[in-house]
Design a protein around this ligand. Structure first.
Ligand SMILES: *[C@@H]1O[C@H](CO)[C@@H](O)[C@H](O)[C@H]1NC(C)=O
Ligand SMILES: *[C@@H]1O[C@H](CO)[C@@H](O)[C@H](O)[C@H]1NC(C)=O
Ligand SMILES: *[C@@H]1O[C@H](CO)[C@@H](O)[C@H](O)[C@H]1NC(C)=O
Length: 468
């Protein structure tokens, strides 16, 4: 029997560097004329779907089967806008089943060769990452279509999205964001590597897959805004830790980048937006401390570059979809090693960014992850029971043992009470205000991100709604 992990607990968060200047554009190229960010325009957004559950009024995203769901023609137009790179999301285990039944109907899926491939690679990180929407952490997909020897077994969508844009250009990403906003769809960004808290999957969503953004541009001497003048690198969203470390090591002199520990982890996505700790953290601070600039697309569909000059907004917003970012490198002629473990005192003596990092996290001496195994096929009630035990017994003990109650958002239990203070401490009110300014409609909703109190996934983990 296979197992999945239930959401994690931790004892010891943060958001990335508060970068200082934001240049917003309506076109991806930096040469396009800048537009004022005060003109964030959400007037084309669709209405929410109202519903009442246990006496509470909710405004929900639009889901298949509802009248608000975009027509086939609208999806066709989106497909044309993204150069034909829109796919219907079919779970990776589907070739082992005669049929897959999803919100768009039932299709025949059995394919012996593809089934053998899926069965053999089900635990292969590289294979999973190469799939349009598959998750390394299958718990959050609800695991309703696993490889099997029995093709008559059921295969359903579980908590996967409905469509995936296999984006290769910034324009594709913007098209996906605009489509989600204009049609009130749940939007999921699926980049690469794992997400311990399931933010890269969501029931009934439109998914933007950013794994194709693999560009790496080394800069010998950074000349951008701010005072830093050293080596730097620009990374596409999909670049994984193992790739950048190997390329850096092959340079003369060898260079190191402040990545995470896990080799398949993407650096420029949620990892760095949550602060990002890894083997170099003790010496060089968090990955977010090493950021020079982000390129992102806002919930209103503007392209922005945020760097170290004036306005400290977007990078602390946790919302932009990151196209690329620049991170400082430290030349280490003789060092290329992975240090594994969670012993801390992050960046002791290293420059700190003006970031959303929980102030107490920087003083942490240790960081503990606790997880529980959940047998595949557990009922919703069994899962809820284990989650309750984790949150209210295991986590509670860790919270009590921690002097600060501070924890790391990317490796924590998002269901813990008062997650706002555990993840962001005194930074929280500022972060919530930024969220409400840049993404007032929750286009980029992800669990336990600033400003999402009042949001709930109702109907057994399916419909995403906000209390009205
Ligand atoms: C999008 O267009 C491509 C190219 O024409 C096509 O192969 C693909 O099936 C289309 N996607 C959807 C969801 O219809
Ligand atoms: C999720 O899995 C549970 C079993 O754990 C099942 O009862 C439920 O119907 C599934 N929901 C979806 C949307 O797949
Ligand atoms: C972290 O440690 C420094 C140095 O001891 C101290 O000045 C600061 O108050 C501590 N911060 C927090 C939030 O505990």
């Amino acid at each position: 029997m296979g197992f999945s992990f239930v959401r994690l607990a931790c004892a010891a968060s943060l958001l990335p560097a508060a970068l200082a200047q934001i240049i917003a554009r309506s076109e991806p190229e930096p040469v396009a004329s800048a537009v004022a960010v005060d003109t964030l325009d959400f007037s084309d957004a669709a209405e929410v779907q109202t519903t009442t559950l246990k006496g509470i009024n909710f405004g929900c995203k639009c889901y298949p089967g509802k009248r608000c769901w975009p027509s086939t023609n609208k999806w066709k137009t989106l497909n044309a806008t993204v150069d034909g790179r829109l796919l219907v999301d079919i779970p990776p285990g589907a070739p082992c089943h005669n049929t897959f039944t999803g919100p768009l109907g039932t299709v025949n899926t059995y394919d012996a060769a593809k089934c053998a491939e899926a069965t053999q690679n089900w635990e292969s990180e590289t294979w999973i990452v190469s799939q349009p929407a598959a998750e390394l952490w299958t718990y959050f997909t609800n695991d309703t279509c696993r490889p099997t020897q029995n093709p008559t077994g059921s295969c359903t969508l579980g908590y996967y999205g409905v469509y995936v844009i296999m984006a290769t250009k910034a324009q594709h990403v913007k098209a996906g964001i605009d489509f989600a906003r204009r049609n009130n769809l749940r939007l999921i960004v699926r980049n690469t590597g794992h997400d311990f808290i399931g933010r890269s999957t969501g029931y009934g969503a439109l998914i933007i897959n950013t794994h194709s953004f693999q560009q790496i541009d080394w800069i010998n001497s950074y000349r951008g805004p701010g005072s830093y003048r050293g080596g730097a690198v620009t990374l596409g969203a999909g670049v994984q830790g193992e790739t950048i470390l190997a390329q850096g090591h092959a340079r003369n002199p060898p260079l190191v980048v402040v990545t995470g520990e896990c080799p398949t982890l993407g650096i420029a996505g949620g990892f760095i937006q949550g602060g990002g700790h890894g083997p170099w953290t003790t010496l060089k601070g968090f990955s977010a401390d090493n950021v020079l600039a982000f390129e992102a697309i806002t919930a209103s569909g503007l392209y922005v570059t945020a760097n170290e000059w004036q306005n400290p907004d977007v990078a602390t917003n946790n919302d932009g979809i990151i196209e690329a970012f620049k991170t400082v490198l430290s030349p280490r002629p003789d060092v290329f090693a992975f240090m594994i473990g969670h012993l801390f005192n992050p960046g002791y003596g290293a420059p700190k960014s003006n970031s959303a990092t929980h102030p107490a996290w920087r003083n942490a001496t240790n960081f503990v992850i606790a997880a529980m195994l959940v047998p595949v096929g557990s009922s919703l009630a069994q899962k809820a029971d284990l989650q309750n035990l984790l949150t209210n017994t295991v986590d509670e003990a860790l919270r009590d043992a921690s002097t600060s109650g501070c924890t790391y958002v990317n490796e924590a239990d998002p269901y813990q009470p008062n997650w706002q203070s555990h993840f962001w401490g005194s930074e929280y009110p500022k972060l919530r205000a930024l969220r409400w300014k840049w993404d007032p409609l929750g286009v980029f909703y992800a669990i336990s991100t600033p400003g999402t109190e009042g949001w709930e996934v109702i109907d057994d983990g399916t419909r995403l709604c906000r209390k009205l």
